[in-house]
Structure formats: structure tokens, C-alpha cells
Ligand binder design. Structure first.
Ligand code: SF4
Length: 303
């Protein structure tokens, strides 16, 4: 598992990569049936279908079952601190804005421990893709209530039922300033691949929240529970540029759970497009040190 940036194996072909170029030698250690397998495959398929080379992609995660993902994909990867995938991804993108940067993690990591970073990364509209494997529970720590666990849910940490209201990441992302907000479902892999491709192609902060069942610890939000409820937004003719409709659909919960792109706007500049320091190209590829002219100007200023 990667804790620092690793050198990816680049594809042999110069004509572009495919999904198999993003397969890695380490196989996931997730429980059989975990929704995260499907999300990993969807990310690999999306990257392959977009023809991106592994050495042009970096995946950054926090801590949790799903946050082990960078260790299972062939591209640059960082497994960082709990809740800190987004600040790390921000630094990575600003340091090398030529890279496609994807942050991954779970609902506890992203909306709980990293909730502050989620809001501020969204408002900055940095060109990042954030994929949250939302299973409404803390899986790695063996089944405690998470920020998206519904009220009344019984877990190890709430044996009499959860008394807190859950976070709804869709309206939260929209109001915080995210410019592409979508939700997918692990059991609809083709649909999920399209959502992830859209997020990667989008210029700005893109959230893809994914219903990704934890088959071991969440006995409420199972595949069976989701299967009868998820409804693709495309089937209802949803207008992704309509703010009120996006919020209304985003708040839906219960017998109908919309999936698809809720909200998209392209009229806002990204953070890196407005950052004057980046006008000279990616920082990572610029020569280190000062030119003779810069040295002289500095000495003059200090004299
Ligand atoms: Fe997936 Fe849950 Fe197992 Fe973690 S504990 S790997 S989230 S099924």
C-alpha cells in the first residue's frame, strides 16, 4: 500500500492506456461483496476509456476501508491521514496541475473527520474529482455510526438507535460551491463509469458520492434495500443546470433515491486557472533555484 508517491508502471503503448493499464499487482483486501470493488473497477474503466496514461494520474485517500484504494490501482498514489485526502490532493494539484487528481475515501473520512476540508475544497472550485464510497457506517473500525447513518440506525456505537440527523452530501456539496455533483451506485457499474468520466472531464470540483454497501457491518442499507429505490435522474428528464431542481432531488430520501448528475455549472473559473503563480506552467516541472537576474534583484532589494 502506498504511503508516498510511487512511480507507476507506464503503458507500453504510446497510443493511450486502457482499463487494464490501471490494474495493479496488489489485490484488494475488502470483504467479498463489498461495494468498493465495483468503484475501483469503475475508476479504472473511466481512466482507461478517457485514454489517460497512469503516469498522468494521482489517486489520494484518507483512512478507512475504501481509503485503501490507492494501493490497488496502477498510477501515482498517496494514502494519507484520516480526513486529509482533500488538502493533500489540493497541494498535489497545485504542485503539478498537469496531473489528473482523484481523491477517494469513505463517508466517515470525507464527511466526518474531513468535513471541514470538503466544504472548503468545494468552494475553491479546484479542478479535482472526489469519489466517496458512502456505506453509511464506519467499516474499518467494525461498524459504528457515521455522518451519513440515518436517524434510528442501530450500530455498535448506537445500540439504542442513532439520535443524530445525517449529513446529506448532495445539497451540502451544491451549497458549498461544488460545480459537478453526482451520485452513483456500486451495483450500477456502467452508470457509475459515466458519472466518473464526467467528473474527471469537468473543469472544477466534482463530487461523485457512491452508494457502496458495507456487506459486513451495515445490515440496513444493503444491495437489496438499494435495488428497489435507486432511480436514475436521466429517466426523469432532470435539468442539471436547475439549482432548485438539483436541491429538491438531492434532498430526496426514502422510497426513491435519485442517482446521476444532480448539478453542473461551467461558468466559474477553477482555482488553478486564477492562480497567477501557475501562469508559467506546472511548478513540478520548472527549474529549481533563482536565475541570475532574480538573484541580482533580490540582493538589490535587501541592500
Ligand atoms: Fe467493505 Fe464493510 Fe468489509 Fe470494509 S468492512 S471492506 S466497507 S464490506
Amino acid at each position: 500500500m502506498s504511503t508516498v508517491l510511487e512511480q507507476p508502471k507506464t503503458p507500453a503503448s504510446s497510443s493511450g492506456a486502457s482499463a487494464k493499464d490501471f490494474k495493479f499487482k496488489t489485490h484488494p483486501d475488502w470483504c467479498p461483496g463489498c461495494g468498493d470493488f465495483s468503484v475501483l473497477s469503475a475508476i479504472q474503466a473511466a481512466l482507461g476509456e478517457l485514454g489517460l496514461a497512469p503516469n498522468k494520474v494521482a489517486v489520494v485517500s484518507g483512512i478507512g476501508c475504501s481509503s485503501n484504494l490507492p494501493g490497488f490501482i496502477n498510477c501515482y498514489g498517496m494514502h494519507t491521514l484520516h480526513g486529509r485526502s482533500l488538502p493533500m490532493a489540493t497541494g498535489l494539484k497545485l504542485g503539478n496541475n498537469d496531473l489528473t487528481v482523484i481523491a477517494t475515501g469513505g463517508d466517515g473520512d470525507g464527511y466526518g473527520i474531513g468535513g471541514n476540508h470538503f466544504v472548503h475544497t468545494a468552494r475553491r472550485n479546484l479542478d479535482l474529482t472526489y469519489i466517496v464510497m458512502d456505506n453509511q457506517i464506519y467499516g474499518l473500525t467494525t461498524g459504528q455510526t457515521s455522518p451519513t447513518s440515518v436517524k434510528g440506525m442501530k450500530t455498535k456505537s448506537t445500540p439504542y438507535g442513532n439520535v443524530e440527523n445525517p449529513i446529506n452530501p448532495i445539497p451540502l456539496a451544491i451549497t458549498a460551491g461544488a460545480t459537478y455533483v453526482a451520485r452513483g451506485y456500486s451495483a450500477k457499474p456502467k452508470h457509475l463509469v459515466e458519472l466518473i468520466k464526467g467528473a474527471i472531464l469537468h473543469k472544477g470540483f466534482a463530487l461523485v458520492d457512491v452508494f457502496s454497501p458495507c456487506v459486513t457491518y451495515n445490515k440496513d442499507n444493503t444491495y437489496q434495500w438499494f435495488n428497489g429505490r435507486v432511480k436514475p435522474l436521466e429517466e426523469s428528464g432532470h435539468d442539471v443546470t436547475n439549482f432548485n431542481a438539483a436541491m429538491e432531488k438531492g434532498y430526496k430520501w426514502g422510497d426513491e433515491l435519485p442517482i446521476g448528475v444532480f448539478w453542473k455549472r461551467t461558468d466559474l473559473q477553477t482555482l488553478q486557472d486564477q492562480e497567477p503563480v501557475l501562469e508559467g506552467g506546472p511548478l513540478a516541472t520548472r527549474p529549481l533555484g533563482l536565475s541570475a537576474e532574480q538573484k541580482q534583484a533580490l540582493i538589490k532589494e535587501m541592500m
